[in-house]
Design a protein around this ligand. Structure first.
Ligand SMILES: Nc1ncnc2c1ncn2[C@@H]1O[C@H](COP(=O)(O)OP(=O)(O)O)[C@@H](O)[C@H]1O
Ligand SMILES: [Mg+2]
Length: 548
């Protein structure tokens, strides 16, 4: 059999660009399934708008418009009142995979890798053949242009650049997509936007759906969330690869300086301790010469040293009050309870914090409309009443792999007076915040099942569930009393008539005193009784979203 030699085989040897890679593996970016793909697109644009507004201290106002162009073809417009994108960088921002302002920041943000926006441009190109249109206004300029991505080179192609007149501030991106579908389900855009409003009570967000229905979720508070602070990584939270990357990127002249500048809780004393364990570490040497072997030894030495706990103020939580206001604003429940845990660490050195809330009654529970799936596997798992969030971003897919699902579904809900968790009007809200959220897949839709994280989620949800249980048993006792009262009152009329005949006393008076007696015994115990939803609703909270 004639064999090909290496030269012949390697004639075909080619290099591919990163966008070529994602063109072939778009499912890695969340583009799998028509409904999920559309939700991914909205997620990417909306999170970028939120990140940008947050950075610029602007109360976000976001508008999402989706129009149907044909079967499985839609046009999407997302606009915000953020700082805008300078025209010089628009191409890179929207059409270069792995380009962005948020790289290498050890800071809690929604975006991180510079894949989102360019991923949308790429997906638009490969499913519609069209460019993406951007109109933006910064403090210096107002412009519009069409941008697409040259897949071979991972470079932007810009056309029709022009100046814009009038009031333009912020960013508006319009793009066409094929292979997507708008659907009202647990996994659809409406649900995504509703949950984004739940976890970001300071935003106003509007959705114009393909059927022309417009829904606005008005902000429930004008308080901007606490800004996340950039921190240095803790020695216990890094891998060999991290250390090597930090070392090779470092501008420090000596390795000792590199250690001091790079890691939190590092001190001259700790450097000495490290050196005493990693004998071949040359503190005088340039950090660029640190090898994989040394980096590995450093990581293992870090594990033997006693460190102060990581800085916790890098975290930006939603806030107990804010969650409560948001739940009341959107779910209009008859009962709500929220618990925020104190920050903890996982894997030894990565800070995280869990917030949880339970809403009961009103619009809590599974969405009324049953999901009409398109056969995607995750469609079968209804997670309508577990609202999962990571860094305030709703997680709509891969529920079965998620630490939040594991913790919530693993609880014995009967102990909290919830006989049938899936069917009752209960919504459980969980937000996990961290500089480094450990996602269990590239789609970033599930939190990996780290023991410490599951433990904290359980404690937070259990705390809310105990309050719910007290509330429910209060109602139950009240209901019991009420039904006894009603049963006895049937006889009061009869009895007072009979007694009046026997004793000659006045019937009305007998009835009055008997009634009073029964009331005292079985009713009028307002403590523990439920207030009506309207009474419990926070003051000053605007009404539930219009249009739905
Ligand atoms: N709406 C927006 N307003 C301002 N800047 C934006 C907006 N959308 C995207 N950008 C910029 O484009 C960059 C790339 O976005 P993206 O590809 O989603 O990556 P990432 O969000 O991970 O940084 C962002 O880092 C940001 O600088
Ligand atoms: Mg992004």
């Amino acid at each position: 059999m004639p064999k090909q030699n290496a030269d012949e085989i390697f004639k075909e040897f080619k290099e591919h660009s990163i966008s070529e890679f994602f063109r072939r593996n778009s499912q890695m970016l969340g583009y799998s399934g028509k409904v999920r793909s559309l939700t991914t697109i909205i997620h990417e644009y909306v999170t970028n708008s939120l990140d940008a507004c947050e950075e610029a201290d602007i109360l976000p106002e976001i508008r999402v418009e989706i129009r149907e162009l044909g079967e499985n073809k839609y046009s999407v417009l997302v606009s915000d009142n953020g700082p805008g994108i300078p025209s010089k960088l628009a191409g890179k921002a929207l059409a270069t995979v792995l380009a962005g302002t948020k790289f290498h920041r050890y800071k809690q943000q929604r975006g991180q890798q510079g894949i989102g926006a360019a991923g949308c441009t790429l997906f638009s190109k490969i499913t519609s053949g069209k460019s993406v249109h951007i109109a933006a206004g910064t403090s210096r300029e107002k412009y519009e242009c069409d941008i697409t991505i040259d897949i071979k080179s991972n470079k932007p192609l810009i056309e029709n650049m022009g100046e814009l007149q009038g009031e333009v501030s912020g960013t508006a991106i319009r793009a066409d997509f094929g292979d997507v579908k708008y659907e009202n389900s647990d996994h659809g855009v409406y649900e995504y936007i509703k949950r984004t409003a739940l976890s970001n009570p300071h935003i106003t967000i509007t959705l114009l759906a393909p059927d022309g229905k417009e829904s606005t979720f008005p902000r429930a508070t004008s308080e901007l969330p606490k800004k996340a602070r950039e921190i240095k990584p803790h020695p216990l939270g890094v891998t060999t690869n991290d250390v090597l990357e930090f070392a090779h990127r470092s501008e420090a002249k000596k390795s000792s300086q590199f250690l001091l500048e790079t890691f939190s809780r590092m001190s001259p004393g700790k450097i000495e301790e490290t050196k005493s364990i990693v004998k071949d570490l040359d503190l005088e040497q340039n950090p660029h010469s640190i090898t994989w072997d040394t980096a590995e030894k450093l990581v293992s030495a870090f594990k033997q040293i006693k460190w102060m706990v990581p800085e916790m103020d890098s975290l930006s939580e939603i806030g107990e009050k804010q969650i409560e206001v948001a739940m009341k604003n959107i779910l209009n429940p008859s009962f709500a309870s929220v618990t925020a845990r104190k920050p903890k660490v996982f894997r030894g050195g990565i800070p995280f914090v869990v917030e949880a809330g339970i809403a009961y009654g009103g619009n809590s529970g599974k969405p009324k409309e049953a999901p009409k799936g398109e056969g995607e596997a995750e469609m079968q798992i209804s997670e309508g009443n577990v609202l999962r969030f990571a860094n305030k971003v709703p997680l709509l897919f891969d529920a079965s792999n998620c630490a939040i699902t594991e913790a919530v579904k693993g609880m014995d809900w009967k102990r909290y007076s919830i006989a049938n968790f899936d069917e009752e009007p209960i919504s459980v809200f969980v937000n996990v915040s961290s500089v480094y959220v450990p996602y269990s897949g590239v789609g970033k839709q599930a939190i990996s099942q780290e023991e410490e994280i599951i433990g904290e989620i359980k404690l937070a949800v259990q705390d809310c569930a105990r309050s719910l249980q007290r509330h429910l048993s209060g109602i139950r006792n009240q209901n019991l009393r009420e039904s006894r009262y009603k049963a006895i009152m049937i006889y009061v009329k009869q009895l007072s008539g009979d007694l009046a005949e026997i004793t000659g006393a006045k019937r009305e008076e007998l009835e009055k005193s008997l009634k009073k007696l029964v009331e005292e015994r079985y009713l009028l115990n307002p403590e523990g009784a439920s207030a009506s939803p309207a009474e419990e609703k926070a003051e000053g909270v605007e009404d539930a979203p219009s249009g739905q």
